[in-house]
Design a protein around this ligand. Sequence first.
Ligand code: MN
Length: 228
Amino acid sequence: MQYVIDPPPRAFVPVAGETSVFPVRRIWCVGRNYADHAREMGADPTREPPFFFSKPGDAVNTGGSLPFPVQTADLHHEIELVVAIGRGGHDIPVEDALGHVYGYAVGLDMTRRDIQAEAKKLARPWDLAKGFDQSCPISPIVPAARIGHPSEGRIEVAVNGKVQQSGDLAQMIWSIPEAIAYLSRFVALAPGDLLMTGTPAGVSSVKPGDTLRGTCEGVGEIVVTYGA
Ligand code: MN
């Protein structure tokens, strides 16, 4: 295949303990999947059908020193368990869903909350609030073959050493298999897709110079320091 311009490099996430890396296709995100976070965003946390949005695959990064995002005065952290899809499919039954998972990571669904608030008010898309450059810092992926499929465990993020979000994976409104099954009714999932599974309460504003340390028990850690 001859391209008319140089093709962009494929985004990828390191795999813990491996030299091979996980290639990234799309990043899907579940909205309001923890009741306490739905409440803090002014929504009703009843078990209405899940909703999804996406980030471009090349929003992934391994954290470390990142430039502070442009066009926001209200950058929020959302710590989330990330599911890495290893086998594609559509209309995946709930009972088969975990068989499509390659592994897990912990990531930050960084959000320009001021742009999102404006979009909500005007009934506009969320893309520029959620899908900006480097908006998805993510830990190395750990294969499910090594750790199994987490359904409980502490997930939290500290900002400059102070815990801001702390929850448990067991608090998800839609479980991982349910979210995979539901999403696969709307799009065909493919190897390389990532699914961010929602965030617990405690989202807050990040300032230039802040350091975020996100952890998920048994899965990993992601550290980001924002520059000026
Ligand atoms: Mn989120």
